[in-house]
Write a protein that binds this ligand. Structure first.
Ligand SMILES: N[C@@H](CCC(=O)N[C@@H](CS)C(=O)NCC(=O)O)C(=O)O
Length: 224
């Protein structure tokens, strides 16, 4: 692959979909540049139309951003990376493990709406106990069951795309004080301790922008 890659992302504190592609590329050793468009910024308004056909992030450009070839949406990006870098372990090598990893990534991509709505990613935030309800608890039970079956340290041994899809959830459980037990907790720890998640989270914690739509539990004073 001799063309340069650029990943268009949004705020590291809030953008869980951006995080998925970013940590995956880092974990699998795929070189890329990043370009951040902050939510609710003039830059976003001016550039998102050129940099992402869907108007959403992430988007992955091969060649000049805005002029080269773009793949957007996290599942499509994972598949594009798998085709461009077949030896980089984006998905597990063994066919049935690969199918299962794709199922788990798709389950995250199209599911867990209750948890995603009630517990938006906010890496630097701490709102223990907020966001819990029966539907969220059912989402968490299913996620715990998936995580409890991890092969260790990650879902299929080495960090793959399925792990990237669940990485933001590991941070949400810290933000909202969701306590796991046993093997599910060990898997959460492995995600949080992994170098790409550490690097993303460290940068997220330094961000100061406040996006009210992503902070439903912030004080009214701060939101005003
Ligand atoms: N299904 C998309 C979801 C992407 C998405 O919703 N991204 C959010 C940021 S995490 C976004 O761009 N929001 C901006 C907006 O809604 O205007 C994917 O998997 O990439």
């Amino acid at each position: 692959m001799n063309v340069s890659l650029t990943l268009i992302i949004a705020n590291k504190n809030y953008s869980s979909w951006s995080m998925r592609s970013w940590v995956l590329m880092h974990a699998r050793g795929i070189p890329f540049a990043e370009r951040m468009l902050k939510f609710e910024s003039t830059e976003w308004d001016e550039q998102i139309g050129t940099l992402s056909p869907s108007g959403l992030v992430p988007a992955l450009w091969e060649g000049e951003p805005g002029a080269g070839f773009v793949t957007y949406d996290t599942l499509a990006i994972a598949e594009r990376l798998h085709e461009l870098f077949p030896e980089h372990g984006i998905w597990p090598r063994e066919a049935s493990a690969r199918a299962r990893a794709r199922s788990l990534a798709a389950e995250m991509h199209s599911g867990f709406g209750a948890m995603r709505d009630a517990m938006p990613m906010n890496i630097r935030g701490r709102y223990p106990g907020k966001g819990m309800n029966d539907s969220v608890a059912r989402n968490i039970a299913r996620i715990s069951a998936i995580w409890a079956e991890a092969k260790r340290p990650f879902l299929f041994g080495d960090f793959c795309a399925a792990d990237a899809f669940y990485a933001p959830v590991a941070t949400r459980f810290i933000t909202y004080g969701v306590e796991l037990r046993g093997p599910a907790k060990a898997y959460q720890r492995a995600l949080l301790d992994s170098p790409p998640v550490q690097a993303w989270s460290a940068a997220a914690s330094k961000e100061t922008e406040f996006v009210a739509a992503d902070e439903p539990y912030a004080s009214e004073r701060k939101r005003a």
